[in-house]
Ligand binder design. Structure first.
Ligand SMILES: O=C(O)c1ccccc1N[C@@H]1O[C@H](COP(=O)(O)O)[C@@H](O)[C@H]1O
Length: 238
C-alpha cells in the first residue's frame, strides 16, 4: 500500500455547468462537484438571462458556496462588461458571441486580474475564428472555449457534440489552455480521451446534459457528469 504522503493529488481540470438561475441551482451545483458556474447576462432571449441585480446576488452566493461564477455574455461593450465585473465581483468572463480581439484587448486593459475566456465556434468542423486565434491570444485572452455552432446558426446550449478529429485539427494553432463544450454528457466521455489528454486541456463545460426534460438541473445528472468529467482527486504515486 502506498503511504498517503506519497500520493500526489492531481486535478482533472475544471467542470463548468452553465445557466444557473436561482440560489437553489447554486446549492445543487456546490453539492455535486462543478468548480465553475455560468451566469448569463446580455444573452438576448436566453431562458437563463439575469438582470444585473440578480446577477450580483447569484455571483455573491456562488462565491460563498465555493463556486467560481463565470459571466457568460454576448455583450460587446468592454466598458459595460468591466463595470458589471467590478459591481458583481465576477472574475471570469466568457465571451460567447462573435466578439473581436479588440474587445478582448480593451477588457484586458480594464480588468487586468480577470480570466478572459473567448469561445471558438465550430461549424461543420470548421472553426469560424480560426484566422484570429493568434490575435485573441496577443490581446490577452486566457482560455479558449471550443463549442458548436449549429447549421441554423444557434450558439450556446446546442447539445450538439464536436467531432474530436475537428478539435484536434484546431489544437495545433492554440498556445493557451482550452475548455471543451458542445453536447458533452456521460456517454460520450470516452470519445474525447485524446482531447482531454492534451496538455492544454483545462476542463469541460456542460449545459444540456446537466438538466432534466423540464430544463432543471438535477442532482443525479450533475453528480454523474462530475464523476465522468471531473474526478476530483486521482491518486497517483509521486
Ligand atoms: O447554456 C446556454 O444556454 C448558453 C446560452 C448562451 C451562451 C452560452 C450558453 N452555454 C454554453 O453552451 C455550451 C454547452 O452547451 P451544451 O452542453 O452543448 O448544451 C457551453 O459552452 C456553455 O457555456
Amino acid at each position: 500500500m502506498t503511504a498517503p504522503a506519497l500520493l500526489a493529488p492531481r486535478r482533472a481540470g475544471h467542470l463548468k455547468v452553465c445557466g444557473a438561475r436561482t440560489r437553489a441551482d447554486l446549492a445543487l451545483l456546490a453539492d455535486t462537484g462543478p468548480t465553475l458556474v455560468g451566469l448569463w447576462h446580455g444573452v438576448p432571449g436566453g431562458p437563463a438571462d439575469l438582470e444585473a441585480d440578480r446577477l450580483a446576488d447569484l455571483a455573491a452566493t456562488a462565491i460563498r458556496l465555493g463556486l467560481e461564477p463565470v459571466l457568460v455574455t454576448f455583450l460587446d461593450d468592454a466598458r459595460k462588461i468591466a463595470a458589471l465585473a467590478r459591481a458583481t465581483g465576477i472574475r471570469w468572463i466568457q465571451l460567447h458571441a462573435y466578439q473581436s480581439p479588440a474587445l478582448v484587448a480593451d477588457l484586458r486593459e480594464q480588468l487586468p486580474y480577470a480570466v478572459l475566456v473567448k469561445v471558438l465556434h465550430l461549424s461543420r468542423g470548421r472553426c469560424l475564428e480560426r484566422a484570429f486565434t493568434g490575435a485573441f491570444e496577443r490581446a490577452g485572452c486566457d482560455l479558449f472555449l471550443l463549442d458548436t455552432v449549429t447549421d441554423d446558426g444557434r450558439v450556446g446550449s446546442t447539445g450538439q457534440a464536436l467531432d474530436p478529429a475537428h478539435v484536434h485539427a484546431l489544437l495545433p494553432r492554440l498556445t493557451i489552455p482550452f475548455l471543451l463544450a458542445g453536447g458533452l454528457n456521460t456517454t460520450n466521455r470516452d470519445t474525447y480521451r485524446t482531447v482531454t489528454d492534451h496538455p492544454l486541456y483545462a476542463g469541460a463545460d456542460i449545459d444540456t446534459a446537466a438538466r432534466d426534460r423540464t430544463g432543471r438541473f438535477t442532482h443525479e445528472a450533475v453528480t454523474a457528469l462530475t464523476r465522468a468529467w471531473h474526478p476530483r482527486l486521482q491518486e497517483t504515486p509521486a
